[in-house]
Design a protein around this ligand. Structure first.
Ligand SMILES: CC(C)(COP(=O)(O)OP(=O)(O)OC[C@H]1O[C@@H](n2cnc3c(N)ncnc32)[C@H](O)[C@@H]1OP(=O)(O)O)[C@@H](O)C(=O)NCCC(=O)NCCS
Length: 174
């Protein structure tokens, strides 16, 4: 299939046409970490590689909860370190499935520093494409995504545009 056709047919995997559907809320994952001395880099901030590992785990768990399959990370888009984190900070990482294709799922992962009063400050955002695998480790179909809220629907539309970009980039070997 040409890229043009592939993009035009993005909704070939229409959510409502899939035999099985899971709601967005069913696969939301939230983890909490406390920044310890062994998580710090030379500048006394949380080491980026540690945060990326935590984020990757959350993305994988959300995708597993949605697909009930083993998953692999196909790509990570636009991972942005917005603010630093420091020793003793409480890091909350929240992942939710925002889009599903035939075998892939987009998981949006937001990371926050949670203050003592409960206020959360966004320190990182990333979009993962996770692929579900069958028992022979080949990509396999995932359930549809049940959009429950206006926010879910907005996320879906935005994710569709990101997927379009990914298909173009992949074709251009970017
Ligand atoms: C990801 C992987 C399975 C894709 O395999 P492939 O032979 O290209 O399979 P397909 O072309 O059928 O793609 C499968 C899905 O992945 C998506 N995909 C593949 N490469 C992608 C990329 N670079 N970015 C985003 N999505 C991608 C495709 O769009 C497709 O999604 P869809 O079914 O929802 O339309 C393969 O490249 C792989 O195994 N990569 C290594 C993954 C890994 O080891 N990750 C790190 C450890 S978890």
């Amino acid at each position: 299939m040409s890229i043009g056709n592939k993009i035009e047919n993005l909704d070939e995997n229409k959510r409502e046409e899939k035999p099985e559907t899971r709601k967005v809320s069913e696969s939301v994952v939230e983890t909490v970490h406390i920044v310890r001395p062994n998580h710090l880099n030379g500048a006394e901030r949380l080491f980026g590689g540690i945060l990326m590992q935590w984020i990757d785990e959350v993305a994988a768990l959300a995708a597993k909860r949605h697909s009930h399959r083993n998953v692999i990370t196909a790509s990570v888009d636009n991972l942005r370190f917005l603010k630093g984190a420091y020793q003793k900070d409480v890091i909350v990482i929240r992942g939710k499935v925002t889009y599903v294709g035939r075998t892939s799922m987009e998981v949006k992962v937001d990371s926050y520093v949670e203050k003592i009063d409960g206020k959360r400050i966004l320190i990182n955002r990333a979009f993962f494409t996770m692929v579900a695998l069958d028992d022979s480790d080949r990509p396999t179909e995932v359930p549809g995504l049940g959009l429950e809220t206006g926010e879910d629907r907005q996320e879906w539309e935005k994710a569709k545009l990101r997927r379009e970009m990914r298909i173009r980039r992949r074709a251009e070997d970017f």
